[in-house]
Design a binder for this molecule. Structure first.
Ligand code: NAD
Length: 257
C-alpha cells in the first residue's frame, strides 16, 4: 500500500487499454484516492464506469487545450480534496495526417496542435495546480523514444515529445524548491487508441519483439508498476528524469542476429 491516502489525479484515461488505466489500476491497488478527467461525452461514458471499477472519487470534463477547463478542474479538485499529491499526465494528440509520410510536410497548424496538447499542456496543468500540490507531491508524464531518435511515421509527435521531456527538466527546477518531483516515463509501444493513429504501428510492435533486449513489448501493467515507483516515496530523490519502460529497447544500437 505504497500510496495509502494519497490523492491522485489521473488525466488521460480513454478506455481500459489506456496507459493511464494501467497506472490508475496499480494506484488503486496501493491505496490511492483517484479522480479522472474525460474529454467529451463519448469518453465520459467510458471513464465513469472505470472510475467506479477503480474506486475513484469523481470524474470531470477537462480538455487540456482550454485554460478555462483546466481552471474549472483546479476549482473542483480544491473543493473535493483541498489538495493533490500525484498528477498523472497521460495525454497526447496529433492530426492523423501528420503521423504518416514525410515529417517535412507537417503543416503549421498540425505542428501547433501537437505541441499544444502533447507538450504545452503539461506546463499548463503544473502551473494551474501548483498551489494545490502537497509537500512531496509527484507528477508523471508519458513520453516515447521518438523524442530521441527518428521513428518512422511518429514525425511531429517525436518533436512534441522532445519538447515534453525538456519541459520535465525545466519544471523539475521550478517545482523542486517546493519539494515536488516531476518525471517522465518513456514507454515502449503499446496498442492503445492513440497508438492506432500512427501509421504502421503493428510493424513497430513486431520490430520491438525481435530487437528489444527482453524480446517482448511492454504492457500497461509494466508502465503502471514503474509509475507506482515514481508516484511513491520510493523515488523521493528522483526528479527531472526520463525513465525508459521499454523492455530495454533504447539501449540497442546495432543488434545483429
Ligand atoms: P489513449 O488514447 O488511451 O490516451 C490518450 C489520452 O489523451 C486519451 O484519454 C484522450 O482523451 C486524451 N486527450 C487527447 N487530447 C486531449 C485533450 N485536448 N484534453 C484532454 N485529454 C486529451 O492512448 P495512450 O497510448 O494511453 O496515450 C497516453 C500517453 O502515452 C500519450 O501521451 C502517449 O503519447 C503516450 N505514449 C503512448 C505509447 C503507446 O505506444 N501507446 C508509447 C509511449 C508513450
Amino acid at each position: 500500500m505504497l500510496l495509502e491516502g494519497k490523492r491522485a489525479l489521473i488525466l488521460g484515461v480513454a478506455n481500459n487499454k489506456s496507459i493511464a488505466y494501467g497506472i490508475a489500476k496499480e494506484f488503486n491497488e496501493n491505496g490511492a484516492k483517484l479522480a479522472f478527467n474525460y474529454l467529451g461525452d463519448a469518453l465520459k461514458k467510458r471513464v465513469e464506469p472505470i472510475c467506479e471499477e477503480l474506486n475513484g472519487d469523481f470524474t470531470f470534463q477537462c480538455d487540456v487545450s482550454s485554460d478555462e477547463e483546466i481552471a474549472a478542474a483546479v476549482k473542483l479538485v480544491e473543493e473535493k480534496w483541498g489538495g493533490v499529491d500525484i498528477i498523472v499526465h497521460s495525454i497526447g494528440f496529433a492530426d492523423r495526417n501528420d503521423l504518416q509520410g514525410r515529417f517535412i510536410n507537417t503543416s503549421r497548424d498540425g505542428f501547433k496542435l501537437a505541441m499544444d496538447i502533447s507538450a504545452y499542456s503539461l506546463t499548463a496543468v503544473c502551473g494551474a495546480f501548483e498551489h494545490l500540490l502537497s509537500d512531496n507531491a509527484s507528477i508523471i508524464t508519458l513520453s516515447y523514444y521518438g523524442a530521441e531518435k527518428v521513428i518512422t511515421n511518429y514525425n511531429v509527435m517525436g518533436v512534441a515529445k522532445a519538447a515534453l521531456e525538456a519541459s520535465v527538466r525545466y519544471l523539475a527546477v521550478d517545482l523542486g524548491t517546493k519539494n515536488v518531483r516531476i518525471n517522465a516515463i518513456s514507454a515502449g509501444p503499446i496498442k492503445t487508441l492513440a497508438a492506432s493513429g500512427i501509421g504502421g504501428f503493428r510493424k513497430i510492435l513486431n520490430y520491438i519483439e525481435e530487437n528489444a533486449p527482453q524480446q517482448r513489448n511492454v504492457t500497461t501493467e509494466d508502465v503502471g508498476r514503474s509509475a507506482l515507483y515514481l508516484a511513491s516515496d520510493l523515488s523521493s530523490g528522483v526528479t527531472g528524469e526520463v525513465l525508459h519502460v521499454d523492455a530495454g529497447y533504447h539501449v540497442v544500437g546495432i543488434g545483429i542476429k
